[in-house]
Design a protein around this ligand. Structure first.
Ligand code: FCB
Length: 390
């Protein structure tokens, strides 16, 4: 039996815009409905988790997991600039309480990709007033999070800084085969916003706080060491260094990137998954955790996302089991990892790709919103109960 450290957290995650439904007041809704939108379909009702969150928590707790990660939707809490909704914040406070009532540790993300429309039209992430605005939002939200186990400031600022680059490539009609390098201005702006949010949370006596980063395994296919190093510096190193001194770093690991002398090398077609053509690479989890632990030896790590978009739930189990073996080996070699949170609880709105990629441990009927647990949910619950793999 491969075991995990005592007190290791086992959970699953969602994000507001991907599951709540009816988030008509954020930038993504607007982009989904724009002419020539790169989104294949709008988010619409999503999984109706705005109303069905209690059922979602029952599924997590019922399976034997002990942690639930979810996010606040800024555009509901501050629908117009400076106009705050106590009722919306209370909704999230009830979810935090609902977690605790069921024995679940809430891991709450303040910003998971979306921003209110008013912010989108007045500076966005790089705007000069956005630091003050995110600080004010965090200050308003913090009292609802006093019973959270962990608070994450911004979800994947390193991926958010890549999004404008992908958008520009798409507009030029260029083919996107792997993750391009982040836009440095956006990267620096988001690192600054994370810092402002941390200051507010610290001042409010918050629970342990940090950011979550997309993590990758970087593979040199031969002669690729220079482009690999440059890509990793832009995507990982500058963000990991910025997390020094935080209470934790969340890592969200799905795949690897391969490099040759001319840069990125696309994965073989038969290894590509249903989402973004990402390579199916369970080994990436252990590798990316080892790398982060090496750069930040003093900062506890949490796996805040890991999973696979597949219609084959047996393969989800195989993938996750292999990934967890790599994680256990990294921990045995000294990485300080405090928990594993699987993406995702539900089949949900996978951003530009819409509802086709299915990352869920639970299927959701697109018309009735009925939830049907897949075998992988019970399987992960068993792993959690054992705190290990047989
Ligand atoms: C991550 C996002 C998450 C989900 C997964 C598949 O980059 O944080 O919302 O879309 O990818």
């Amino acid at each position: 039996m491969t075991t995990f450290p005592d007190g290791f957290l086992w959970g699953t995650a969602t994000a507001a815009h991907q599951v709540e439904g009816g988030n008509v007041n954020n930038d993504h809704w607007e982009m989904e409905h724009a002419e020539h939108s790169p989104f294949v379909e709008p988010s619409g009702d999503a999984c109706d988790s705005w109303h069905r969150w209690a059922e979602d928590l029952d599924l997590v707790a019922g399976a034997g997991l002990d942690t639930y990660r979810f996010s606040l939707e800024w555009s509901r809490i501050e629908p117009a600039e400076g106009e705050f909704s106590r009722a919306a914040l209370d909704h999230y406070r009830r979810i935090v309480d609902g977690c605790r009532d069921r024995g679940l540790n809430p891991l709450v993300t303040l910003v998971h990709f979306t921003m209110p429309r008013w912010l989108m039209h007045d500076g966005g992430w790089t705007g000069p007033k956005t630091g003050d605005r995110i600080a004010r939002f965090a200050e308003f939200a913090a009292p609802a999070l006093t019973d959270a186990e962990y608070v994450a400031t911004i979800n994947e600022p390193n991926l958010m800084a890549v999004q404008p680059v992908i958008g520009a490539m798409a507009r030029r009609g260029e083919q996107i085969t792997g993750l391009p390098v982040p836009d440095q201005e956006v990267a620096e702006a988001l690192i600054g916003l994370h810092g402002r949010t941390m200051e507010v949370l610290r001042g409010a006596g918050s629970r342990p706080a940090g950011m979550t980063l997309v993590g990758l395994e970087y593979i040199d296919e031969g002669g690729g060491s220079e482009p690999l190093r440059a890509a990793r510096a832009a995507m990982m190193d500058q963000f990991l260094v910025a997390a020094e001194g935080d209470d934790f770093v969340g890592l969200q690991i799905y795949t690897a990137q391969r490099f040759g002398p001319d840069g990125l090398v696309a994965p073989p077609v038969d290894q590509q998954t249903l989402a973004h053509g990402m390579e199916r690479r369970p080994e990436a989890l252990g590798a990316a955790v080892r790398y982060a632990a090496g750069v930040l030896p003093g900062v506890p790590l949490l796996v805040t996302e890991n999973g696979i978009a597949t219609a084959d739930d047996d393969d989800r189990i195989r993938f996750t089991e292999d990934a967890l073996r790599g994680l256990a080996a990294a921990i045995a070699d000294g990485a300080d990892v405090r928990g594993y949170v699987h993406w995702s609880l539900l089949d949900n709105f996978e951003w530009m790709l819409g509802y086709a990629p299915t990352f869920g441990l639970v299927a959701v009927d697109r018309e009735t919103f009925a939830r049907t647990a897949k075998p992988s949910l019970a399987w992960l619950g068993e792993v959690a109960r054992r705190n290990g793999l047989i």
